[in-house]
Write a protein that binds this ligand. Structure first.
Ligand code: HEC
Ligand code: HEC
Ligand code: HEC
Ligand code: HEC
Ligand code: HEC
Ligand code: HEC
Ligand code: HEC
Ligand code: HEC
Length: 321
């Protein structure tokens, strides 16, 4: 029997429909941002966050059985129940594996089967997500708008740390902060690290840009202990401060915070000794004292005791032989 033209188109329509159902792009309108594949969940349910590029109704499938209908007008968040074990959740064209361990305070969990090991990671969500995606994004004809200079966006909820108590702009603002590039250090949505940091500990983050300060690159020299431990933020603010180089305290008080009484007799900026002459341009801390960093480097040095220059040369800057 010969198929009538209408019959053919009906078959094609079915084939096309099946193709649409099975291929990803048809569901491309649904974008899931959290959770991602292999997320560890500490609760009995998880909230899915994402957006659709228009009004859309779609289904969330949990463990192939449970189906939840979602009506989205753009941004959506929907809570789905989980079983306390491995869960497979499908949203639109995307499938993610989640491991639920109610009450667990783990960063990662390794799920072992006879065949393979899968590591699940837990993430800390930015509480801003609860306020809705609209606090940072808008959808224009289905296109997600991402704010560029984030100062205005982020400081709509957070205290503006580039300003002091009198609302005056601080004198020393870290380069990427001044540019509003908060996301070079923080993820806006969720992170496995505290403070939504993209790298942890914070010092590791610092040396991704300031590689000349990376202690692992300067083997063989004297490295200041807090630098060796990548505790850059003990001395520098990551954002802004009233001291040069965004230091957390000004002058010698920065050092004296950790070194109570280092060689107290050797810090005077004046002398009565004939053989001792202090050059006018030697760094000082006020009138009375020599600056610690005039003699010591704060990070590392080729010389013992972090001396800025070889010892003999340093001593003879002031002590004439
Ligand atoms: C606190 C502000 C903020 C909130 C709230 C927020 N976003 Fe974002 N989002 C950003 C920023 C900033 C970027 C750009 C990130 C970058 O450049 O690395 C971004 C990027 C994105 C991207 C691009 C891909 C990616 O992940 O980098 C998507 C998609 C997205 N957001 C969706 C959402 C959805 C959906 C929500 C609500 C569930 C949401 N965002 C909530 C600030 C936010
Ligand atoms: C150079 C990296 C860097 C940049 C750029 C940066 N931050 Fe941070 N931020 C940090 C670090 C590191 C911490 C953690 C400080 C700590 O806990 O010692 C932090 C902490 C925070 C905190 C938490 C403060 C608290 O006490 O809990 C907020 C809020 C924050 N940053 C917002 C921002 C905003 C908004 C911007 C952009 C205007 C920004 N950050 C840019 C590195 C950065
Ligand atoms: C809609 C309000 C809102 C907006 C907009 C917002 N945040 Fe937050 N953010 C919060 C709340 C609430 C907290 C939790 C309380 C706190 O730490 O202040 C938080 C916490 C944080 C923390 C600390 C997280 C932790 O683990 O302690 C960082 C870092 C942060 N936000 C960065 C940003 C950055 C960067 C932006 C801009 C891209 C931003 N926030 C925009 C509401 C917001
Ligand atoms: C995303 C890259 C990036 C990261 C991460 C970063 N910085 Fe910076 N930093 C910069 C840029 C850009 C400047 C501005 C450089 C300039 O003005 O010459 C700067 C400047 C500085 C300065 C002042 C330099 C000067 O000569 O005035 C200090 C100090 C500093 N950063 C410390 C840190 C510390 C501490 C961290 C970690 C908390 C850090 N930075 C993380 C990019 C970064
Ligand atoms: C013990 C305090 C201390 C620690 C810890 C520290 N710094 Fe510094 N840093 C200073 C001081 C003081 C200066 C002032 C300029 C100088 O004397 O070199 C400075 C200057 C800088 C500068 C600008 C001048 C330059 O040499 O390029 C950068 C960038 C910098 N530090 C990055 C870092 C990074 C990254 C870390 C962590 C790996 C770090 N600092 C740890 C005290 C410290
Ligand atoms: C966050 C705390 C901290 C700060 C701030 C700090 N230091 Fe240190 N410093 C240490 C520690 C810890 C050691 C190692 C002590 C030890 O070995 O007994 C050390 C050691 C030293 C040494 C001896 C190094 C050696 O190998 O012989 C010198 C010199 C020194 N610091 C100078 C400074 C100067 C100058 C400043 C200010 C720019 C400063 N420190 C700020 C913690 C700090
Ligand atoms: C004029 C140069 C000079 C200045 C300025 C100076 N130091 Fe020193 N520092 C030395 C010399 C020399 C030594 C080694 C001999 C000694 O211990 O007296 C030393 C040793 C140290 C040590 C190691 C002590 C030990 O027992 O090994 C620390 C810590 C230190 N200085 C911290 C500081 C701090 C903090 C300041 C500022 C308040 C400072 N220095 C200012 C020259 C200086
Ligand atoms: C910035 C100038 C300067 C530099 C550099 C300097 N000194 Fe001194 N030194 C002084 C001053 C000022 C005094 C105090 C003299 C006084 O009592 O009038 C002093 C005192 C001393 C004393 C006797 C008092 C004491 O604290 O024991 C010794 C020893 C000494 N210095 C050794 C050194 C050595 C070793 C170096 C090199 C590592 C050095 N100095 C580098 C300025 C300097």
């Amino acid at each position: 029997m010969r198929l009538k033209p209408r019959g053919i188109s009906a078959v094609w329509a079915l084939v096309l429909f099946a193709l649409l159902l099975s291929s990803g792009p048809a569901f491309g309108e649904v974008t899931l941002i959290y959770p991602q594949d292999r997320t560890l969940v500490a609760g009995k349910s998880v909230t899915l966050y994402g957006y659709t590029d228009g009004e859309e109704s779609f289904q969330v499938q949990v463990n192939f059985l449970k189906k939840i209908d979602v009506e989205s007008e753009g941004f959506f968040s929907v809570e789905v129940p989980l079983i306390p074990a491995l869960n497979v959740v499908s949203v639109g064209g995307e499938t993610v594996r989640l491991f639920s361990l109610p009450g667990a305070k783990l960063d990662t969990f390794v799920f072992k089967t006879a065949k393979e090991e899968t590591t699940f990671t837990s993430f800390r969500l930015h509480p801003a997500l609860e306020e809705g995606c609209e606090s940072c994004h808008s959808l224009e004809e289905g296109d997600l708008q991402i704010p560029e200079d984030l100062k205005e966006t982020c400081f709509s909820c957070h205290e503006d740390f580039t300003k002091d108590d009198d609302e005056e702009e601080r004198e020393f603002i870290h380069g990427p902060v001044a540019e509003g590039e908060c996301v070079s250090c923080h993820t806006p949505h969720f992170s496995k690290n505290p403070k939504l940091l993209v790298e942890y500990p914070p010092g590791k983050l610092c040396v991704t840009c300031h590689d000349d300060k990376d202690p692992s690159e300067v083997e063989g020299t004297t490295i200041h202990r807090p630098v060796a431990k990548l505790e850059c933020q003990r001395c520098h603010s990551p954002h802004a401060s009233d001291a040069e180089y965004q230091l957390v305290r000004k002058g010698n008080s920065l050092c004296l915070g950790c070194h109570e009484t280092p060689h107290p007799n050797h810090r005077k900026a004046s002398t009565t000794k004939e053989m001792t002459v202090i050059p006018d341009d030697f760094p000082r801390d006020g009138e009375e004292n020599l600056a610690c960093i005039g003699c010591h480097s704060p990070h590392f040095s080729e010389n013992p005791r972090l001396f800025r220059i070889p010892e003999v040369k340093l001593c003879t800057t002031c002590h004439r032989l």
